[in-house]
Design a protein around this ligand. Structure first.
Ligand code: GLN
Length: 547
């Protein structure tokens, strides 16, 4: 049966709870334990799939097709454990399950209440797969004191109470603000935050304190005394140059030791940290630098493309170079020449996206990369835009476009080279969708196989012809244009196993131009960079040598 670590946050949001959880997961693995990480989000959306990336950053998609919080991306990148549908839950999902049960009559006429019905539902979620791993790390989103978080805090309190003593611990992240005027780190907000937790029956075992300044011994003792934790359980979390230093930094501060001590595990197995030393070395000793443009729509919020930025960093690690990402807003050149915006980059990436805004700019970015022979990686919408560009500017189909942008019934502006996909095969059954389906959870989601053409660039990059990648899209390049486009040199080099859905396109007469319908960034890890990103960055390095 798993030991549970509940991770909560206080004082302010954005303290890096997800990262701390992921790093702790990696450290426990380094000591030989198996782990699983989970996120419980207090918001009322059923999942983040319908939220704008501006609201909550990127939507991370799991193999089994769940649309989840971006923290699950951190968990996977640090532990390599593929996240599942059952690793992410929100108040919205919990309430909707409780209400479905109520409608079915499952509660046998009882009055339905937050305690025990909602909290029981949360506890049921926590217990899923508890026999499978040594440690289950469960992060509660938001900060203690948020109204909507209360049922989650109550549920973890009860859960720990139900388990035998010593099977659950609580780790709380706080901030120690530095007052320059008095030259002091202040511990009061941490004390208040712990009081808030204690008032709902949770006594933290470990405090992780974010601080810009070294925490003096005296302050550490004070926090320990006032917050009722052991001194060695007050762990410092300083700002880092790269998130990939976090496992080593937390290890140095004694976090994993404190956790094992809190569980009474003694003697603790020694950690094997070689992969993190290697990652650290690659991050800190780049031998060059490349400049990559990400031409997107949500460029004001970098979290909107979190996994892509990380996968590019991993690609840099694979080639021992630093990847300098510049965010370019595609809308800027919807109606203008793209050249001034895109000149000087060693590679161009057009990421996924939804809706028409900025798509003319993205099409121009694809054209610029094709004509100037700059490496181009188009992901999902970025592939669809590359196909439209090819159709319009090379195959002479001036009206080529996507059905996604033609909403007015009976008024078609475009020839739909990209169409609304309503039927496809998953495993050995058919999936069907209607035009007016709900927005939430109805895309082609999760892992699907693809078959690559022998001898193609992508087959070379992957080192094989059978791949499995994660998807999240509603529209699809229409196979009926394959011949026309292949004739002008845009090869359909990856297809769904039934040969119906184009998964990858590549320009033959180009050093590196690949569009993929899936999201390779979701599977990249610092210690195992995704081959497409590793090779894309390699191509960028080559371009940088030419200019
Ligand atoms: N909007 C496009 C579609 O639904 C692309 C989606 C994406 O880029 N993730 O097909």
């Amino acid at each position: 049966m798993a030991r549970f670590i509940f991770i909560t946050g206080g004082v302010v949001s954005s303290l890096g709870k997800g990262l701390a959880s992921a790093a702790l997961g990696a450290l426990l693995q380094a000591r030989g334990y198996s782990v699983r990480l989970r996120k419980l989000d207090p918001y009322l959306n059923v999942d983040p799939g319908t939220m704008s990336p501006f609201e909550h950053g990127e939507v991370f998609v799991t193999d089994d097709g769940a649309e989840t919080d971006l923290d699950l991306g951190h968990y996977e990148r640090f532990t390599g454990v593929p996240a599942r549908n059952t690793d992410s839950v929100s108040s919205g999902r919990i309430y909707s399950t409780v209400l479905e049960k109520e409608r079915r009559g499952d509660y046998l006429g009882k009055t339905i209440q937050v305690v025990p019905h909602v909290t029981n539902q949360i506890k049921e979620f926590l217990a899923i797969g508890e026999d499978e791993v040594d440690f289950m790390l469960c992060e509660i989103g938001g900060t203690v004191g948020d109204i909507e978080g209360l049922p989650f805090f109550e549920a973890i309190r009860q859960f720990a109470h139900d388990k035998p003593r010593g099977q659950c611990i609580f780790m709380h992240l706080t901030l120690l603000p530095y007052l320059a005027a008095s030259g002091e780190l202040k511990t009061k907000p941490t004390q208040h935050s712990v009081k808030e937790l204690q008032s709902i029956g949770i006594a933290p075992d470990i405090l992780v304190c974010r601080s810009e300044q070294p925490i003096p011994e005296k302050e550490r003792e004070k926090i320990a005394l006032f917050c009722n934790v052991r001194k060695q359980c007050v762990v410092a979390a300083y700002d880092l140059k790269s998130i990939y230093e976090a496992p080593l930094a937390y290890h140095e501060q004694g976090l994993d030791q404190a956790v094992l001590d809190a569980f009474g595990i003694s003697p603790a197995p020694q950690p094997k940290l070689d992969i993190w030393h290697d990652v650290y070395h690659r991050v800190h000793n780049p031998e060059g630098k490349v400049k990559v443009a990400i031409v997107g729509k949500y460029t004001q919020l970098e979290d909107a493309y979190k996994s892509i930025a990380e996968a590019l960093t991993h690609g840099g690690m694979a080639n021992r170079v630093k990847v300098k990402i510049e965010w370019v807003d595609a809308e800027l050149f919807d109606n203008e020449d793209a050249t001034p915006y895109l000149q000087g980059f060693h590679a161009i990436l057009v990421p996924g996206g939804f809706g028409e805004r900025g798509t003319e700019g993205k099409i121009k970015a694809a054209q610029f990369a094709r004509e100037k022979k700059i490496p181009y990686l188009g992901i999902c919408l970025g592939m669809q835009m590359a196909v439209i560009e090819a159709a319009r500017n090379v195959a002479g189909m001036a009206k080529a476009g996507s059905e996604e942008f033609d909403h007015e019934a009976g008024k078609k502006r475009f020839e739909p080279v990209v169409y609304h996909l309503k039927e496809w095969v998953q495993g050995n059954h058919k999936v069907a969708r209607k035009a007016d389906d709900d927005k939430g959870g109805t895309m082609r989601l999760g892992a699907y196989d693809a078959t690559l053409t022998d001898g193609s660039k992508v087959a070379e990059v992957y080192g094989g012809t059978a791949i499995e990648e994660r998807h999240r899209h509603r529209y699809e390049v229409d196979i009926k244009y394959r011949e026309t486009l292949e004739k002008v040199g845009l090869k359909f080099s990856g297809m769904s196993p039934d040969g119906k859905l184009p998964e990858i396109v590549e320009w033959l007469d180009h050093p590196w131009f690949i569009g993929v319908q899936f999201h390779p960034e979701l599977k990249s890890k610092p210690f195992a960079p995704h081959p497409l990103f590793a090779d894309f960055v390699r191509a960028a390095v080559e371009t940088s040598r030419l200019v």
